[in-house]
Design a protein around this ligand. Structure first.
Ligand SMILES: *[C@@H]1O[C@H](CO)[C@@H](O)[C@H](O)[C@H]1NC(C)=O
Ligand SMILES: *[C@@H]1O[C@H](CO)[C@@H](O)[C@H](O)[C@H]1NC(C)=O
Ligand SMILES: *[C@@H]1O[C@H](CO)[C@@H](O)[C@H](O)[C@H]1NC(C)=O
Ligand SMILES: *[C@@H]1O[C@H](CO)[C@@H](O)[C@H](O)[C@H]1NC(C)=O
Ligand SMILES: *[C@@H]1O[C@H](CO)[C@@H](O)[C@H](O)[C@H]1NC(C)=O
Ligand SMILES: *[C@@H]1O[C@H](CO)[C@@H](O)[C@H](O)[C@H]1NC(C)=O
Ligand SMILES: *[C@@H]1O[C@H](CO)[C@@H](O)[C@H](O)[C@H]1NC(C)=O
Ligand SMILES: *[C@@H]1O[C@H](CO)[C@@H](O)[C@H](O)[C@H]1NC(C)=O
Ligand SMILES: *[C@@H]1O[C@H](CO)[C@@H](O)[C@H](O)[C@H]1NC(C)=O
Ligand SMILES: [Zn+2]
Length: 315
């Protein structure tokens, strides 16, 4: 056991561009010695498990579950909820102040929203979301990490509980048309990327935009649910995953900033690209029951009848 830890530390020293997670596992996305093809070997306890994330969600196979009701979001409208933004060497991470939380959505209790971070490919044309839906990979994915409030932010306790963490996944897609710098909340957020081009750099975020502003346009009552894992080593199988169906629409120029601004180590090292794990074996996925969407079907039918009626009147 001790030998193993020493060996892992040695790997950390030999591979400076690798991320050394708690437990001293050196992992990365960009080097053959520590990329995701090696994770089940370098971090076998959980990364080689049977409930791993991410997965391809097959929409037609998702079972209906009427318990998947809406969430309650606390302080998602708070324009000073985001405290800092950091280049971790593997992603761009935003830390949230305490008091930001979620409940509902068939979660067993309230969870604290601790941070969010991103996964991306190489610009808007080389997609890099972690989850895929019916084989479609989106340009980016945003993950909000939540930990059971009863653990009081102690994530080492949360990862030992099979539902200790709740992750909210949002796909990011290119906004149609030729707009740039949109939405404004995303222009505000991405303006900080130039301040954190190197690993370890971290700056404060000025108040002015909220989580709700970033999650703009997404109907948060429509989502997929499955039980999975942390997506980076040590891949603990402790995560209740919620993947929202509708993507956030962000202009191409802002999406492209992620893969053209931040680097994996320092000013001479490579740009951070393709920061996502490859797909893992399928898991049972559930979603809202048809009943929940019956009103929109009714609405469409109503519109159809109305247009038929108008057509008749005007003909
Ligand atoms: C990951 O590493 C494996 C060898 O461990 C290599 O074959 C593969 O090309 C690497 N993939 C990337 C994206 O670097
Ligand atoms: C991973 O699990 C599979 C099947 O359970 C096993 O055959 C394989 O040896 C394991 N690999 C590692 C690196 O532990
Ligand atoms: C819905 O919740 C009820 C009460 O907790 C439970 O008995 C039932 O199994 C749940 N249904 C599904 C599909 O999970
Ligand atoms: C990312 O895209 C740019 C320009 O499109 C290209 O020059 C670069 O080689 C790509 N990087 C990777 C890792 O594929
Ligand atoms: C988390 O809880 C464990 C067990 O109670 C404790 O040993 C550890 O110090 C706690 N960690 C933090 C950061 O509070
Ligand atoms: C976007 O710009 C291109 C060239 O600048 C133009 O051909 C195209 O019509 C524009 N598309 C839209 C939706 O405005
Ligand atoms: C963007 O940031 C400015 C300055 O901090 C702030 O006044 C504005 O409300 C923000 N707008 C949005 C939509 O986030
Ligand atoms: C980010 O960098 C810009 C330009 O160098 C600078 O003006 C600004 O103060 C920096 N912001 C923070 C929060 O460090
Ligand atoms: C940048 O990091 C690389 C390792 O990724 C290292 O070899 C190099 O010396 C560093 N350069 C500077 C200027 O610190
Ligand atoms: Zn993630």
């Amino acid at each position: 056991m001790k030998l193993f830890v020493v060996a892992a530390l040695a790997v950390c020293v030999l591979v400076p561009a690798a991320h050394c997670a708690s437990g001293s596992i050196a992992w990365c996305y960009h080097l053959p010695s520590c990329n995701d093809t090696t994770w089940s070997t370098i971090s076998p306890e959980y990364c080689n498990g049977t409930r791993q994330s991410p997965i391809n969600i097959v929409s037609a196979s998702a079972t209906q579950n009427a318990n998947l009701t809406e969430f309650t979001f606390v302080k998602y409208d708070d324009t000073s909820a985001m405290t800092s933004i950091e280049n971790t060497g593997d992603t761009v991470k935003v830390t949230l102040k305490s008091g930001v939380k979620i409940s509902g959505g068939d979660l067993s209790e309230q969870y604290d929203s601790l941070q969010f971070h991103f996964h991306w490919g190489n610009g808007s044309s080389v997609p890099g979301s972690e989850h895929t839906v019916d084989g479609k990979r989106y340009p980016m994915e945003l993950h909000i990490v939540n930990s059971k409030s009863s653990y009081n932010g102690n994530t080492s306790l949360a990862v030992k509980d099979s539902t200790g963490l709740a992750a909210l996944g949002f796909f990011i897609e290119v906004m149609s048309g030729n707009s740039t710098g949109q939405p404004e909340s995303w222009r505000n957020l991405t303006s900080y990327l130039a301040n954190i081009t190197e690993k370890g750099q971290k700056v404060s975020i000025a108040a002015g935009f909220s989580l709700d502003d970033l999650l703009v346009g997404v109907d948060r009552t429509k989502y997929y649910r499955y039980l999975g894992s942390l997506i980076t080593p040590t891949c603990n199988e402790a995560v209740v995953w919620t993947v929202f169906k509708e993507p956030i629409k962000v202009s191409k120029d802002l999406i492209d900033l992620f893969s053209t601004t931040v680097r994996v180590e320092n000013s001479t090292s490579q740009l951070m690209t393709n920061v996502y794990r490859s797909l893992q074996p399928a898991q049972p996925v559930s979603t809202q029951s048809v009943r929940a969407s019956a009103s929109s079907t009714c609405f469409s039918l109503g519109l159809l009848l109305l247009s038929l009626a108008l057509g008749w009147i005007w003909s």
